[in-house]
Ligand binder design. Structure first.
Ligand SMILES: [Zn+2]
Length: 536
C-alpha cells in the first residue's frame, strides 16, 4: 500500500458515516468518495485507494497494513483489485469503474454513434450498454494494416436477477422473485447476507429520462436453508433445492396491521415491493415515483479481502472474471502511461471486456456481437491517410493476436482426481494456458508458444491445462472471437478454486503475475511475433 494511502487509513480509522447515496453518477472523472463496510461491519471512507480487509478490528487492520503483509505496495496491484471488486457488484458497476479509471488515466471517451478522428499515440475507449467496454492505445508507428494486440475478458458473473415482477409473499414474508443467470453454484447463495445492485431508469426533467447505477450496501435479502431437523438426509443425499420455488430470497416481514400505511407497504407497485422501491429511492436520493424501471442483480454484501495464514489468497465474489478484466485494464493503462511508451509501437494495444459470457455471449453487449471487429475496422479506417491499398482490415487482422483471459480451474486439494494427472495447475504458479483438441479453447501450438515466449522473456511462469477425456470441458469467448474475427488466439487464465460460487478463491501472487504477463504482452509481443513466420 502506498505511503499516502497508509497515512490516510491511519488518520481515518474511526468509523465513517456512510455517504448518502451510492449511486455512480454519469460523471466519472472525479475520484470516488464513496464509503463501504468491511466484513465485520466497520465502515471506511474510500479516499483514493482506501480498502476494506477482513480483520477483527480497525487496529488489527492498521497493524496488518503497517506490517506490509497486505498487498498494495507500489509493485502489487492486489490492493487495487480488491477496490475494483468491492466497487463492481454488477457488470454495470464493473464497466463504470473501468470507465472512471480510463478517464483518470487520460483515455478519451468515444461515442460509437459518431465519427472517430483517431491519431497515432492516442488513447481511447467506448462502452456499450454500460456493461461492455473496448479501450485502446494507438502506437506512434501504427499505420493502416497494422495489427491489434488484444486482451479480452468478461464483466458478468453467475448471479440471481430480479424478475420483471419481483414481488410476491409467502408465509408472512415479502419474497423477491428471481431468475438464475448463468451456471452458478446456487447452494452457495443460501444463508448469505445479500442485497441488490444494478441500474434504474429515472424520470428526468422536461420529459427526459436518466440512466443511473445503484447499489444497496447493507444486507437486505436472505435465502435461508432448511434446518437439519427438517431435512435429515441432506448430508447423505445432497442439497438439491428447487431453483424456482426454494431459491427465493425474502426482503422482509409482511405487514399484518390494517392501517393505510401498512396496506400500502403490502401492495405491489409496478411489479415490485414498494419497500424495495423506497430503499432504492433513498439510495438514489429521489422520489420512488420517479423510478420508471429497474434491472437488478442479487449480490453478496461481504467485501472482497485477503485470507489464508499468510494472507496469500483472495476471497471474493466475481473473481471470474473481474480479476482478469482488472489485470487487463491495468496492464493496458500502465503499458502506455508515458507518451514515450507508444513511440516505438507499431500495433494497437486493446482490451475488450464483454457482458453475457456466462450465458453464451449471444447479445449486443456480448462477445458474439461484432463490437470488437467493428472497432478494429473503424480504427483501421480512421488511421488511413491517402492511398491505403487492398485488404487493409484483413491485413490488420492477420497481424493481430488475442489473449482470451478467463479464470482457470486450479487443482482442488480434496479433489485432485478431477484434474488430468499431468495437467494440474496450482495456485500461485502463474497463468494457465488452456488447451482443448476439440476447440473449446482457441489455443493452438503456435499461439501458446508465442504467449509463453513473452512470459519467458520476463521470467514469468506459466502452467498448462487440459480437461480429462472422461469429463466435459468449459469454454470461453476465445473460440467465439477466434472464429468470428479470424484472429490468432490463446486462451489463458488465473487459477482459482470455487469457480461460480458466490465466494471464490484465487492466489494473490497470481494476480500480479497475470498483470505483469499482460503488460509484457503489450510491450514485447511485436518483437516476439516477428521471430516466427508460419504461413510464408
Ligand atoms: Zn469466466
Amino acid at each position: 500500500m502506498a505511503a499516502m494511502t497508509r497515512l490516510q487509513l491511519l488518520q481515518h480509522h474511526r468509523p465513517f458515516q456512510v455517504s448518502k447515496s451510492s449511486v455512480i453518477m454519469a460523471k466519472f472523472a472525479q475520484l470516488p468518495t464513496s464509503s463501504y463496510q468491511n466484513c465485520c461491519g466497520n465502515r471506511f471512507r474510500r479516499i483514493s485507494s482506501g480498502r476494506s480487509f477482513c480483520s477483527g478490528s480497525d487496529q488489527i487492520q492498521i497493524q496488518t497494513v503497517e506490517s506490509g503483509v497486505l498487498a498494495g505496495s507500489s509493485s502489487s496491484i492486489v490492493g487495487d483489485l480488491l477496490d475494483y471488486l468491492n466497487e463492481s457488484w454488477t457488470q454495470f458497476h464493473a464497466t463504470a469503474e473501468a470507465k472512471r479509471q480510463l478517464i483518470a488515466a487520460g483515455f478519451h471517451l468515444l461515442n460509437e454513434n459518431e465519427e472517430w478522428d483517431l491519431k497515432p499515440g492516442g488513447r481511447y475507449f467506448f462502452t456499450r450498454n454500460m456493461s461492455s467496454l473496448v479501450a485502446f492505445a494507438v502506437g506512434e508507428k501504427c499505420r493502416v494494416g497494422s495489427g491489434f494486440h488484444i486482451i479480452a475478458a468478461h464483466t458478468d458473473s453467475p448471479c440471481l436477477k430480479l424478475k420483471p415482477k419481483s414481488a410476491s409473499s409467502k408465509s408472512g414474508f415479502l419474497m423477491v422473485n428471481v431468475q438464475t443467470y448463468g451456471g452458478g453454484l446456487w447452494h452457495t447463495w443460501f444463508d448469505r447476507d445479500l442485497s441488490v445492485a444494478g441500474r434504474v431508469i429515472l424520470k428526468g426533467s422536461g420529459g427526459s429520462f436518466l440512466h443511473k447505477l445503484v447499489k444497496v450496501k447493507r444486507p437486505l435479502l436472505r435465502v435461508p436453508t432448511l434446518a437439519i431437523h427438517l431435512d435429515r438426509t441432506v448430508n447423505s443425499d445432497g442439497f438439491k433445492p428447487n431453483l424456482e420455488t426454494q431459491l427465493l430470497p425474502f426482503l422482509g416481514r409482511k405487514m399484518e396491521e390494517s392501517s393505510q400505511d401498512f396496506k400500502e407497504k403490502n401492495s405491489v407497485k409496478d411489479g415490485h415491493h414498494p419497500l424495495l422501491l423506497q430503499i432504492l429511492s433513498k439510495e438514489l436520493d429521489c422520489n420512488s415515483d420517479d423510478i420508471v424501471t429497474v434491472e437488478l442483480n442479487v449480490c453478496d454484501t461481504q467485501p472482497s479481502c485477503l485470507g489464508g495464514g499468510n494472507n496469500e489468497f483472495i476471497f471474493s465474489g466475481r473473481l471470474d472474471n473481474l480479476a482478469s478484466s482488472f489485470c487487463a485494464l491495468r496492464a493496458l493503462v500502465d503499458s502506455c502511461k508515458l507518451p514515450s511508451d507508444l513511440s516505438n509501437e507499431d500495433a494497437v494495444r486493446m482490451i475488450a471486456l464483454f457482458d453475457n459470457e456466462e450465458v453464451g455471449s449471444g447479445s449486443v453487449q456480448g462477445a458474439g456481437a461484432p463490437t470488437m471487429f467493428q472497432a478494429m475496422r473503424r480504427i483501421t479506417a480512421s488511421l488511413a491517410t491517402g492511398y491505403v491499398g487492398e485488404g487493409s482490415v484483413e491485413r490488420a487482422i492477420r497481424q493481430s493476436f488475442l489473449v482470451s483471459a478467463d479464470m482457470a480451474h486450479g487443482v482442488h486439494p480434496n479433489y485432485p482426481d478431477k484434474h488430468e494427472e499431468h495437467h494440474r495447475p496450482e495456485l500461485h504458479k502463474g497463468l494457465v494456458i488452456k488447451h482443448n483438441a476439440n476447440q473449446r479453447y482457441a489455443t493452438s501450438g503456435v499461439t501458446a508458444f508465442l504467449f509463453k515466449e513473452v512470459g519467458k522473456i520476463h521470467n514469468l511462469p506459466t502452467q498448462e491445462f487440459v480437461v480429462r477425456n472422461d469429463m466435459g470441458c468449459g469454454s470461453t469467448i476465445g473460440p467465439i472471437l477466434a472464429s468470428g474475427v479470424g484472429i490468432r488466439t490463446v486462451d489463458c487464465g488465473i487459477p482459482q478454486l470455487s469457480m461460480h460460487s458466490v465466494r471464490e478463491i484465487c492466489g494473490k501472487d497470481d494476480i500480479d503475475t497475470a498483470y505483469k504477463h499482460f503488460k509484457a504482452f503489450y510491450q514485447s509481443f511485436s518483437s516476439v511475433d516477428r521471430k516466427l513466420n508460419v504461413d510464408i
